[in-house]
Ligand binder design. Structure first.
Ligand code: XMP
Ligand code: MG
Length: 177
């Protein structure tokens, strides 16, 4: 059990299960990208541990780069838009694997992929550690999914509550009384 500010979280996915699943995903990537020299695009901050552990099991040649997604309001009526920060390399003609911590509504990854698509990569695949199918609002093709989970707030192994709690080996879920 772990308490952060006013919230209590209970164990949800143990560290060894996370590591075993990541190894399986990496082996799949090793097979499917054997002749492709992929560019792995890690979405910070949440995916930093997942990406690091995934990369340790990727044995084919690949490049790794890091982006952030900033939310901003362009106008009051159009709501939150997302902007990709930190992408310095040209992605035209590359095979991208976008690495995310979690796909919840899917709005973030959908918009990231649309913006990347406009830069003419050869292909885009999504690798997400966690996926909440019942929260999804966008039609998305998720190529590599670690765990499908129910629609509850999770924390740890990169995922935060108010900036805290990213630094754990296991994943916790919000304890609801
Ligand atoms: P969506 O898919 O809804 O997700 O655009 C946007 C971002 O929200 C964060 N997120 C979470 N963070 N526990 C967290 O710690 C959660 O259960 C959770 N659900 C969504 C995450 O940063 C994701 O990229
Ligand atoms: Mg995130």
């Amino acid at each position: 059990m772990i308490t952060i500010k006013d919230k209590t979280f209970v164990p949800f996915i143990p560290a060894d299960a996370i590591q075993a699943r990541i190894q399986e995903l990496a082996e799949q990537i090793n097979q499917e990208y054997a002749d492709k020299l992929p560019l792995i695009v890690v979405v910070l901050n949440g995916a930093f541990l997942f990406a690091a552990d995934l990369a340790k099991h990727i044995t084919i040649p690949c490049e790794i780069t890091f982006i952030r997604v900033a939310s901003y309001s362009a106008t009051e009526s159009s709501g939150q838009l997302k902007q990709i920060l930190g992408l310095n390399e040209s992605i035209a003609g590359r095979d991208l694997i976008v690495v995310e911590d979690i796909v919840d509504t899917g709005l973030t990854i959908h918009e990231v992929c649309q913006q990347l698509q406009a830069m003419h990569p050869t292909s885009i695949a999504i690798a997400t550690l966690l996926f909440k199918p019942s929260a999804l609002k966008e039609k998305l093709d998720l190529h590599y999914v670690g765990f499908e989970i129910e629609n509850r707030f999770v924390l740890g192994y990169g995922l935060d509550y108010d900036g805290l709690g990213r630094n754990t080996k296991e994943i916790f879920v919000l304890h609801e009384e």
